[in-house]
Design a protein around this ligand. Structure first.
Ligand SMILES: [Zn+2]
Length: 214
């Protein structure tokens, strides 16, 4: 713990050396320059508006999670009979059919991953916005988890398309995406964008200014 603490404190940031990196092409420039010499992008020490953009995208994603969960995500026609399934009832259906591994993948991809991403990002953004008394170690770990989950975000969409493809292969069944498919895809897109627009250096500044909070 103590060794971590001293590592944070002794960390040198670009701003200490009057340097900053171009947000567009990552070129390291002097902070006296107004425009990047390589790509002519405007330079700023920190993109403060990024926090606001990330919040807007995250809140949109959280709102879209409601229609994504209450409306049917799949419409399956079997021998002329239509079954409308929400994310949750679809998982229950798969369990009833005895396809436990598929049910687990569906649960991870369509419930666990989107919720973890939203809760994780909300905690992370709140920590920066409201200066929450959360430990540095907790925030650093959270950040790595969000990054790690981000790599799996396409899994959700992949699972849906795979399920539809698999079901369509059985000639007796016909599967179509339901109304909830669009908000669900948007939830994934907006959480990805929220993580992408956020200037993570804002958290490093906070870590620097709160030496006392562990
Ligand atoms: Zn540049």
């Amino acid at each position: 713990m103590n060794s971590n603490k001293s590592t944070y404190e002794s960390m040198t940031q670009g701003s200490h050396l009057n340097l900053l990196s171009c947000p567009k092409c990552q070129m390291v420039c002097s902070n006296e320059l107004e425009k990047c010499p390589r790509c002519e992008n405007e330079l700023a020490v920190r993109d403060k508006s990024s926090l606001q953009k990330a919040w807007a995208l995250l809140i949109t994603a959280a709102i879209l999670l409601i229609p994504a969960n209450i409306y049917p995500i799949s419409i399956i026609t079997k021998q002329g009979k239509e079954t409308h399934d929400t994310i949750f009832s679809g998982i229950l259906h798969t369990i009833h059919l005895g396809m436990i591994p598929i049910a687990i993948i569906l649960f991870i991809a369509s419930i666990l991953v989107p919720w973890l991403k939203i809760i994780g990002l909300a905690t992370y953004l709140s920590a920066i916005s409201f200066n929450l008394p959360l430990s540095k170690r907790f925030l650093m770990k959270g950040f790595h988890i969000i990054e790690w989950i981000g790599r799996w975000s396409m899994l959700d969409l992949c699972v849906i398309s795979l399920t539809v493809a698999l079901v369509n292969m059985g000639q007796l069944l016909d599967a179509k995406p339901g109304i909830a498919a669009t908000p669900f895809a948007l939830v994934i897109l907006f959480t990805q964008l929220a993580a992408k627009v956020l200037d993570t250096r804002l958290l490093w500044d906070r870590l620097e200014s709160n030496h006392d909070s562990d």
